[in-house]
Design a protein around this ligand. Sequence first.
Ligand code: AMP
Length: 551
Amino acid sequence: MARFLEFAEVADKVKATSSKNEKVSLLSSFLIKLDDVELPIACRYFSAYLFPKWTEKEVFAGYSILWNIVVELCNMRGNELGEVYRKYGDLGDVVQEVLVKRVVQSLFKRELTIAEMDRTFDRIARLGGKGSLDVRRDMLRGLFLDCSPIEAKYLVKILLGELRIGLVEGLVEESIAKAFGKTLEEVRAANLILGDVGETASLVAKDELDKATIQIFRPTNFMLAETLPTASAIADYYQKLVYAEQKYDGIRAEVHKHGSKVKIYSRRLEDISWSFPDLVQAILKIPHSMILDGEILPVKDDAPLPFQDLQRRIRKKVPTKDIMEEVPIVYKVFDILYLNEEVMIESPLSKRRKTLESLKLPAKLSLSHIDTVKNAEEIQRAFEHSKELGYEGLVVKDPTSPYWPGRRGKYWIKLKKELETLDVVIVAAEYGNGKRAGVISDYTFAVKNNGELKVVGKAYSGLTDQEIEYMTERIKSLLIEDHGYRMIVRPEIVLEVAFDAIQKSDRHDSGYALRFPRIKKIRHDKSADEIDTLQRVKDIYNMQKGVKRDG
Ligand code: AMP
């Protein structure tokens, strides 16, 4: 039976060394000695959490309750504790120092084992109802009375969820691997799926890693996306047909449903079902066991509301009826990990998407919008469409990809913002086509370079009809040469243009061309001598090459 004191002593040693290897050695030699009850508990404590992240269990022991217990046990006056706290800035370290001078002593000290700690935390977490506050306080106080100063230090640190001994969960994974002769990759893969380092350690120790799989009501870590700066970079990377999904700005949520039970988990794998009773009700109507991945976003009359509205709604644990009406939500589903006993994470996204499409979803849930795209132009168009609807951009996904719990990779690539903008001046213009045949709507523009103007592109989009009418008149008034459909004009109208990328090109005399330029604004406030330089164009070009190389 491992004592909690041993845990505390190992933790102190881990803190004392700055060598990662040594930390891992210390930890692994400790873990290997533990029995199968103690091992998962110790691994969680070393990762600074009390219970599996997905449980609803909570001990509710924050700063103030711990602070008051310590003040009482040490018979401290005034702001004595505050003064020591200022010296350390960590309540655990403070507690170790002040408990050495403890006044209130326990007559019969329990010897605390790791398992006993867990049992006590579990009992506290189960408290509820009238008077439970006092009972919780008494039980915590009892724990402190049984602790030596070093144990009390780690009791506090674990309760507050921060060990501050230079240990991250990754090193705990490494120690588990070392202790039981597995590779870090194997342990990490299991931990990403299970979302609990304790259960991971148990399976590793029993040599049962093959059992590390998705299970209902055990949230798994979310798959993540990488970023590329432009539609062209994404198209260049995939060079095949891909899904361009709208990117919603809400809260990532994993939904688990089985029978009459529904749970919604956050990105940190915490149970957030209480905040969304309306969604829980809707999900209950779906007649399947399933795990879905998606984004909860605030939507009214089919248009997204600002993210702040959602924050307002979740500030209270249980939302009021009023706020639920004021900030209605929708769950945009973009993945399915499990359906009626079948784990789907190995299936290609195309199959998972088809499965999703075959489900009948109630109104509060809807599938993410997907465009199947094959080149930069189509990705760009989908991006602009998504922005026009008030969404954040795109997540472009490989239809052949599996669901990769907890991993960030190029199976999913997000496209969020445009590159910087350039201020340019119009040097030539043309009449448009189709419905724009009678107005001058195509503008050739330039940047400056040592007293000369150098053309970097042509833009057709971004202005309203009214603005185009204004431009038509203005351009006629600046006419220098009229070549029929094409007019050379005095360089006076300054535009702010956004673009997707800068390419080298011999089409224009600058040697560069903007890709997918769009007019953001007519800069009435700027004159032609304030426009950007060719040097800036070159700088952005080089920067973007760097981004591509690294990405
Ligand atoms: P970011 O937070 O900028 O790193 O972008 C990734 C996040 O975008 C994900 O974690 C999701 O919460 C969110 N997201 C919104 N829409 C989608 C979508 N269609 N597919 C995947 N993730 C999405």
